[in-house]
Design a protein around this ligand. Structure first.
Ligand code: ATP
Length: 283
């Protein structure tokens, strides 16, 4: 008798072993006669993982996120969600952008902004919608601010509203495109920890996070794995698992040897890639 692995015997285990997202040989050209922004870009994301994507400025990180969530068609390759090609924005994904001032509706309250994407959901009763809105607002620590308008909130609070709005949708995958690039350093730390709290709070549902960031320290602090992209046409040049213990702590974790080693390695990879992009070292 041929020995079979446990996943071959158990179809449920087989499904669980399948990646949630498979990014396969993506290439993007904005114009047919223009340069390739990415080429042969491939990696996988499993359910519940926190994956950070870093790379040199302009290498195509935002382009990649937009292809993953179906807002942009790849020129070559494909994105598979649960094994099926993504051909448009899937309901399982929500996207948070850097610029919260443009993503919130200024004329709506906090509750109104969070409620907005649920408006057309016919599968939820008004009570279920209300419960989701309340839970998302409380998950980001804004209970009590439901009736405030964006102009009455700090930048960090506005970004919390944007995150609550994404969470109210109960996405399986939360895509974050440099979400904390426009806030001060202390607020940024608070918001980073908010993401970790959200990950724990929704652990049973297995929320998966994909974060694009310029900040290598932030990537190491938050992620289970960092995908380092090279210069355009970008592809993955390093895939680094981050084995730091959870729960993480802004002071303790950032002082650990493993943290320092991971950040040094990523800095080196991004630096080497910068050289390859054209900054030829002088002999
Ligand atoms: N809509 C567009 N049309 C044409 N070119 C575009 C478009 N969007 C982005 N690009 C080009 O694609 C390349 C990658 O841009 P992208 O914003 O994806 O990079 P990025 O890594 O996110 O940049 P940054 O780190 O500066 O935020 C850039 O050269 C940019 O000019």
């Amino acid at each position: 008798m041929t020995a079979v692995s446990s996943t071959e015997q158990d179809p449920v285990a087989t499904r669980a072993a399948e990646p949630l997202l498979r990014i396969e040989d993506l290439a993007k050209q904005y114009r047919a006669d223009g340069p390739f922004v990415s080429k042969d870009l491939s990696f996988e994301v499993r359910s519940g993982e926190f994956v950070a994507i870093v790379g040199p400025s302009g290498c195509g990180k935002s382009t990649l996120l937009r292809m993953i969530c179906g807002l942009l068609d790849p020129t070559e390759g494909r994105v598979l969600l649960d094994g099926k090609p993504v051909t448009g924005p899937p309901p399982e994904m929500a996207l948070v952008f850097q610029d919260y001032t443009r993503s919130l509706f200024p004329w709506l309250t906090v509750a109104g902004n969070v409620a907005f994407p649920l408006k057309k959901r016919t599968d939820l009763t008004p009570d279920e919608k209300r419960a989701r809105i309340d839970e998302a607002i409380s998950a980001v620590g804004l209970a009590g601010f439901e009736g405030y308008h964006p102009y009455q909130l700090s930048g960090g609070m506005q970004q919390r509203v944007a995150i609550a709005r994404a969470l109210a949708f109960r996405p399986r995958i939360l895509l974050l495109d440099e979400p904390f690039a426009s806030v001060d350093a202390l607020t940024k730390e608070n918001l980073e920890d908010l993401l970790l709290t959200i990950q724990q709070r929704y652990a049973d549902e297995g929320i998966t996070m994909l974060l694009v960031t310029h900040d290598i320290d932030e990537a190491v602090y938050l992620a289970d794995r960092v995908e380092v992209l090279g210069p355009p046409p970008c592809r993955v040049v390093e895939e680094l698992p981050i084995t730091l213990a959870r729960p993480r702590n802004q002071i303790r974790t950032r002082g650990e040897q493993a943290f320092l080693e991971a950040r040094a390695l990523i800095h080196e990879r991004v630096g080497l890639n910068r050289q390859r992009a054209g900054d030829e070292p002088t002999p």
